[in-house]
Design a protein around this ligand. Structure first.
Ligand code: AMP
Ligand code: TRP
Length: 363
């Protein structure tokens, strides 16, 4: 199986490169069987997202749009990964608050509890048992070479906790506890996904075929650049556009974006292919090619382009912003969704663990 697949109209397979070429044209044809096309039970999709406090444009364009799209075609399971977040967040109140905010954000952005299962990772703690079994098939060298582990060693040198090393093993367990094979994620998760596949192969090799090898599913924007125009959009870098924040904050964040650095004077022709603002216009209107032409001929300037993008982002996410406010004001509904989600998954998690315990000789 290929390491990444595409899924449906308008959603494309992730390219290899990182950076400006990362945003690709309209989608390629789907390579997966939709449930309607086969007699088999629908494939399962699973993804996890950290309770980081904010949802940014990279999360939505790179992953959440696919979470929403996959709901209709597969059995979709989405998880707020609080256990993973403990490797960097140590404030209990922040943890609780951010978990709530992420749950409300995902529902506001289009996850529908009637068509998918949304839950909080620690509420289905069976995953930690599976993770332990996986640690015993995973060579230490595999986790030590994970790029995110190396990055964390740099970014939090005073807190290189063991969870950072085990992080991708827990991620593998997340996915296959539910025997999911499709994983909608951004490009930054490629190394984690590859490791998940290796862990699954190592387990299947030692104990017999048990788990499917998970595959990444990318959108056509698998690596959204931040407002600096250089690095991946990320809360830890501080280069985000917070899509559910107040419109004024969104405007400020968009207006701070770095454009084509070689376009010095207003009359210089712009280069839409290297300008992150122009690239992002792709996702907020069908007229982006006309806008690009305006840039190339210097009919429009960078400031015009940023103002337009800001207004389009504000408008596009206005219904979600409204829904987010409502959900946060009456959180019981969200709580109910999360409880129901965790309860629904219990039989699947227990069945997998029963099977595994027998296969490895604990029963
Ligand atoms: P995180 O906030 O790191 O838990 O990421 C949640 C999801 O958003 C993951 O699937 C990431 O791959 C995806 N994601 C995060 N940042 C970006 C980005 N700048 N571009 C594309 N996808 C992203
Ligand atoms: N590591 C992912 C991130 O930082 C979050 C995650 C945890 C995840 N478990 C997962 C993603 C399982 C996909 C599948 O974004």
């Amino acid at each position: 199986m290929p390491a990444a697949v595409s899924v449906g109209e308008g959603l494309a397979r992730g390219p290899e490169g990182v950076g400006r070429q990362a945003y690709r044209g309209r989608g390629v044809s789907p390579r997966l069987h939709s449930p309607a096309m086969t007699d088999q039970a629908p494939l399962r999709a699973f993804s996890g997202i950290q309770p980081s406090g904010i949802v940014h444009l990279g999360n939505d364009l790179g992953a959440i749009r696919n979470y929403v799209a996959l709901q209709d075609r597969y059995q979709a399971i989405y998880c707020i990964v609080d256990l993973h977040a403990l490797t960097s967040t140590h404030d209990p109140d922040a943890m609780r608050q951010r978990t709530r905010e992420m749950a409300a954000s995902l529902l506001a952005l289009g996850l529908d509890p009637a068509r998918c299962t949304l839950f909080v990772q620690s509420w289905r703690a069976e995953v930690t048992e599976l993770m332990w079994y996986f640690t015993t098939v995973t060579p230490v060298s595999w986790v030590e070479r994970t790029p995110t582990y190396k990055e964390k060693r740099e970014s939090q040198p005073d807190d290189i906790n063991h969870g950072l090393l085990t992080y991708p093993i827990l991620q593998a367990a997340d996915i296959v506890l539910y025997k999911a094979s499709l994983v909608p994620v951004g490009k930054d998760q490629a190394a984690h996904l590859e490791l998940s596949r290796e862990i699954v192969r190592a387990f299947n090799y030692r104990y017999g075929d048990t788990f499917p090898e998970p595959q990444a599913v990318h959108t056509e924007a698998p690596m959204v650049l931040g407002t600096d125009g250089v690095r991946k959009m990320s809360k830890s870098v501080g280069n985000t556009i917070e899509i559910l924040a107040e419109p004024d904050l969104i405007r400020r964040q968009v207006m701070s974006m770095v454009t084509d650095t070689q376009r010095i004077k207003r009359t210089d022709p712009g280069r839409p292919e290297v300008c992150n603002v122009c690239q992002l216009q792709r996702f907020f209107g069908p007229d982006f090619e006309e806008l690009w032409e305006g840039e190339r001929t210097a009919r429009t300037g960078c400031v015009d382009m940023k103002k337009l993008l800001a207004e389009r982002i504000v408008r596009h996410y206005a219904p979600a912003r409204e829904r987010y406010r409502e959900l946060m004001a009456d959180y019981r509904l969200v709580e109910g969704v999360l409880e129901e989600g965790a309860a629904r998954l219990r039989p699947i998690a227990e069945a997998t663990l029963d099977e595994v315990r027998t296969k490895i000789g604990l029963r």
